[in-house]
Design a protein around this ligand. Structure first.
Ligand SMILES: [Ca+2]
Ligand SMILES: [Ca+2]
Length: 218
């Protein structure tokens, strides 16, 4: 009978542990200059050391003003971060504390820029620059210099942002966000998962009852 029961348990556990699809909503506000992020807290401005709990990895540059490597986001005369195909890999990751929402000022949006929003459950949400037209890299237009907001749905939490660019360049400054009040590491199964788990145990119980009945009738 164990041979029959174990697959039922395995199926129930697999349903519990299955990674949900990343659910993130996106909205933008035209910039030139940065419209700011009402209701959110400034987390990283790329001016000095990162605050505790934040790290930058990958390949990136930090600069003020415009040159051949990168263009200052419209209306921004402070230091900003850029990634570029002119720098190996054209990709950098900002790891954050657990956030329910995050936003940043995206300068001279190019179609070949993309953003990966990393979620603490291991899944990822991606948006490409060409989702925000005209995405032609114009350094002055409000439509190509936007604050972009990402909000995690349900119990999901944002744990990082990866900036990618296969051309010159992806420019970003002033990451704002909303810190999670629940803190990191709370991994209570969602109601749907509980239902699957309980249903799985129910099947196990039914199998056990059938076995007892079989024993009695034998
Ligand atoms: Ca800055
Ligand atoms: Ca650009």
């Amino acid at each position: 009978m164990r041979v029959k029961i174990l697959p039922v348990i395995a199926a129930a556990l697999a349903a519990t542990m299955a990674m949900p699809a990343a659910a993130v909503t996106v909205s933008t506000v035209f910039g030139a200059p940065d419209p700011g992020a009402p209701g959110q807290t400034l987390l990283v401005d790329f001016e000095g050391d990162l605050p505790d709990g934040y790290t930058l990895s990958g390949d990136y540059g930090l600069q003020t003003g415009s040159n051949g490597s990168a263009a200052a986001p419209a209306g921004n005369d402070t230091q900003y971060l850029f990634v570029s195909s002119a720098i190996p890999n054209g990709s950098a990751t900002l790891s954050t504390l657990d956030l329910t929402a995050v936003s940043f000022y995206w300068g001279s949006i190019d179609s070949y820029n993309s953003v990966d929003i990393l979620l603490s459950n291991g899944s990822m949400f991606t948006i490409a620059g060409d989702a925000l037209p005209p995405a032609n890299g114009n350094q002055d237009l409000p439509s190509t210099n936007r604050r972009v907001f990402f909000t995690a749905e349900g119990d999901e939490l944002i744990s990082g942002i990866r900036f990618n660019s296969t051309g010159v360049a992806f420019e970003v400054d002033d990451v704002y966000g909303v810190l999670s009040e629940g803190g990191a590491g709370a991994t209570v199964p969602e109601p749907a998962s509980w239902a699957m788990l309980i249903a799985g145990f129910g099947l196990v119980g039914a199998a056990a009852r059938r076995r007892r009945m079989a024993v009695v009738s034998a």
